[in-house]
Design a protein. Structure first.
Lengths: 244, 214
């Protein structure tokens, strides 16, 4: 059965940081998704010129008939600047999905759970964290989250709230480009020592999901293998060039 | 949706990526499959950790519906007749990179090492780490597929599938199995990793066969 294009209506937008915005899309025909999956968006000009992009779903599946996508504005990009500068509530967008069946975590899969994110790579992991909270699970979960600066931490306040529930969800922040006064978190790129500390209380049965720029995901996946996690329990999603 | 939907306010950049590659604009448009955008990067998409098999324990095997399986060591692969390939690559994640330069061995050359059973109709590529992808034999013969071990004049990097990957330019890039270790010839089709997870069984980028049912 084909995954059909459907029309979604932007019901609201929310700025997560200065360059990252969440769009809530109302989708009357949405059949539901699993945390970690993405949607395709198609934009079409009046002469038929069209482009498509994939965006991870940020919202938990418990919210019926709507999804959030969280989009980082890429300077010089063709789609993300349009979404940021032109699209307002009430606009309609062509969407199809959900897409992807491997980078997926559902409460039924159990844990413990190690989530590792770089920048906007947190988006599909946020769907997992929100789903975990909504399902009322106490699965031990750690999110190791690398951002450039404090102001660039996507979902910062919501992550604080999720951690404050003390139901087994913890966040380990690292800020690689600058730290506010009194910062007590990490201030270096994610490395094996940081992951070893995060993994230690979770144990050898941990499922790991890593999403972010290629260089970060390579480091994380290789380190987790060295730390003893079986490769088939490490699921990755990468974006961006290799930097070489 | 029978009538074309127009996105309010969308014009599009229409430059089809950077233009420092010396390819004429018309040519760039003509060579960009539907729904794709051009990039000069080489993005990475892998479902799990990058496998690392030492070259002295590496081999490439052809098995299944052949008179007898054949296996090449790394040195033996490098000794096979190879050529440069300049091909356009399209990934289902929407990027297309024109004129990617590889060096490697045609699958035709590999198949010269075996006698094919007439029932052989599908090739299942399998890789370190357990990845598989399926291709009709007709999609890989006649220089439509090669095993690459160099990209852009350098050994193929592990995150791009090194030491060697399959490259099938006429299909979305997930069919170009990274870390390839073998081809198994079968009479029956058998969906591979992504083909079992909602992606299209054939993956022709010009027909936009991205997902199951497209």
């Amino acid at each position: 059965m084909a995954i059909e294009w459907q029309l979604g209506t932007v019901s609201s937008t929310r700025d997560e940081t200065a360059t990252v915005r969440t769009f809530t899309l109302g989708l009357p025909a949405w059949a539901g998704h699993r945390p970690g999956q993405h949607v395709d968006l198609r934009l079409t000009a009046d002469d038929g010129y069209s482009v498509e992009r994939s965006y991870s779903i940020a919202s938990e599946p418990e919210r019926a008939r709507e999804v959030d996508i969280t989009v980082e504005r890429i300077p010089g990009g063709e789609v993300s600047p349009f979404l940021h500068e032109v699209v307002v509530p009430g606009d309609r967008l062509e969407v199809r999905g959900p897409i992807g069946g491997y980078f997926v975590w559902e409460a039924a899969l159990g844990g413990p759970l190690l989530l590792v994110a770089g920048g906007s790579g947190v988006v599909p992991l946020m769907a997992m964290a929100r789903h975990r909270a909504r399902a009322g699970m106490s699965i031990p979960t750690r999110l190791v989250f690398s951002s450039r600066t404090y102001d660039e931490v996507i979902y910062r306040e919501e992550l604080d709230r999720l951690a404050a529930a003390r139901d087994g969800f913890e966040v380990v922040h690292t800020l690689t480009r600058g730290q506010p006064p009194g910062w007590t978190g990490f201030s270096r790129r994610i490395d094996e020592a940081m992951l070893a500390d995060a993994l230690e209380p979770l144990g050898a049965a941990t499922r790991a999901y890593a999403c972010g720029p290629t260089a970060l995901v390579e480091v994380v996946a290789n380190a987790l293998v060295r730390l003893g996690l079986p490769p088939d329990r490490i699921r990755t999603e990468r974006f961006g060039p290799t930097g070489t | 949706m029978t009538e074309r939907f127009v996105t309010r306010g969308f014009v599009g950049r229409r430059d089809q990526g950077t233009s420092d590659d010396g390819i004429a604009p018309d040519d760039r448009r003509r060579r960009t499959p539907p729904g794709q955008y051009l990039t000069s990067d080489f993005p990475v998409l892998s479902a799990g950790p990058t496998p690392r098999t030492p070259l002295d324990r590496w081999s490439l095997r052809i098995e299944g519906l052949v008179d007898r399986p054949v296996e090449w060591s790394w040195e033996q692969l490098l000794a096979l007749p190879a050529r440069d390939w300049v091909v356009d690559i399209s990934c289902v994640t929407k990027w297309t990179h024109l004129d990617m330069r590889w060096k490697g061995v045609s699958v035709d050359t590999l198949l010269e090492g075996v006698e094919l059973d007439p029932r052989a109709a599908f090739a299942i590529a399998w890789s370190d780490g357990g990845y598989t992808t399926n291709l009709p034999l007709g999609d890989v013969l006649n220089n439509q597929a090669f095993v690459a071990y160099e990209y852009d004049g350098r050994p193929l990097a592990p995150e791009h599938g090194g030491p060697a990957r399959l490259v099938v330019p006429a299909r979305y890039f997930w069919k170009s199995a990274k870390w390839i270790r073998g081809l198994r010839l079968q009479d029956r089709d058998e969906p591979g990793f992504w083909e079992s997870l909602g992606y299209n069984n054939r993956g022709d980028q010009w027909l936009e066969e991205r997902y199951s049912g497209d």
